[in-house]
Ligand binder design. Structure first.
Ligand code: NAP
Length: 300
């Protein structure tokens, strides 16, 4: 039995583990994939205090090593169920069951699909959700990036260094992402903005060959690209915990700033929580708050 199980080894979960260990609680972190979460796809983090530039992977690795050095245990298993037995919670994974007195859910979110016919079939055959992972396959080729948030803007900038040409397709004419990044994109002569437009078709034989893009007036244009990077936001990963945690209409866990949920001893931290600002710095802050609250709960 562990004092605290943290579900998810992204910045929120690993920060929670650090805080919980420093409060001398035993901690097990369960992670479905590899440590780091979404931030490992960011090539250059420029907005986290202290480090003017750090890659998301380096950031995650440092936090992971810090948590491990403090004695947090990590197991790479997906939490598929959470059961509340009052003072004792059970987290179920495909490999077994783990018990703890408190649980922090820091599962973050997964990539939202575009929802265009053929999308799933073409993943790995031209369609990608991670420019830093797959961008190198498109050296000197023509690619498109879809979305208007920070991820899309950063992916387009990243691809502008690698690809021959980058089309940035966004359904509005204003970006949700930071103006500073949009400005840097405007200065690149191999980036074309395709605004007020949506991807409505994918043309492929074995691999993606071109995309159909339809604007608000209904005119459709075919753009030849061999790569399409989809960056249209994220969907929270909370469904496995829906019984114990209230979810809003979009699936985000309802918790106040103290990260407490409707179930005593169950806390939520990071991007899967209802909040205004989803950034690295707010994720780590959530981890600190959730762990502090969990420690208070355990000591009360
Ligand atoms: P996001 O900010 O939610 O942006 C998603 C974008 O996709 C929006 O522009 C949205 O358009 C568009 N979109 C959504 N559904 C669509 C659809 N079906 N078809 C076409 N377009 C669609 O998501 P994100 O860029 O992944 O960022 C997630 C969070 O992480 C944000 O808070 C972001 O600031 C943060 N982030 C921060 C950094 C950083 O600080 N360096 C880096 C990456 C991400 P509308 O604008 O019209 O809604």
């Amino acid at each position: 039995m562990t004092d605290i199980i943290v579900i998810g080894a992204g910045p929120a979960g690993m920060t929670a583990a650090i805080y919980a260990r420093r409060a001398a609680k035993t901690v097990l972190v369960l992670e479905a994939m590899s440590y780091g979460g979404q931030i490992i796809n960011t090539p250059d983090v420029e907005n986290y205090p202290v480090a003017a530039h750090i890659s998301g992977f380096d950031f995650a690795t440092r936090v992971y090593e810090q948590a491990k050095a403090l004695g947090a245990e990590f197991r790479f298993e997906k939490a598929i169920e959470l059961r509340d037995g009052g003072d004792l919670k059970t987290v179920v994974t495909p490999k077994g069951e783990y018990r703890a007195r408190a649980v922090i859910i820091a599962t973050g979110s997964k990539n939202r699909r575009l929802g265009v016919e053929g999308e799933d079939r073409l993943i790995g055959r031209g369609i990608s959700y991670c420019a830093t992972c797959d961008g190198a396959f498109f050296r000197k080729k023509r690619v498109a990036v879809v979305g208007g948030g920070n991820t899309a803007l950063e992916d387009a900038l990243y691809m502008a260094d690698i690809a021959e040409k980058v089309y940035l397709i966004h359904r509005r004419d204003a970006f949700r992402g930071e103006e500073a990044t949009a400005e840097r994109l405007r200065a690149r002569d191999n980036v074309e903005f395709v605004l007020n437009s949506q991807v409505t078709g994918l043309n492929a034989e074995k691999r993606l060959q071109s995309i159909e893009v339809t604007d608000k007036q209904g005119s459709t244009r075919v753009i030849e690209v061999s790569g399409l990077f989809v960056a249209v936001g994220r969907v929270p990963e909370n469904q496995s915990f829906a019984g114990l945690v209230e979810l809003d209409g979009a699936g985000y866990a309802v918790a106040s700033e103290n990260c407490r949920t409707k179930t005593a001893g169950v806390f939520v931290a990071g991007d899967n929580r209802v909040k205004e600002v989803r950034q690295l710095v707010t994720a780590t802050a959530d981890g600190a708050v959730a762990a502090t609250e969990a420690v208070k709960y355990l000591n009360s």
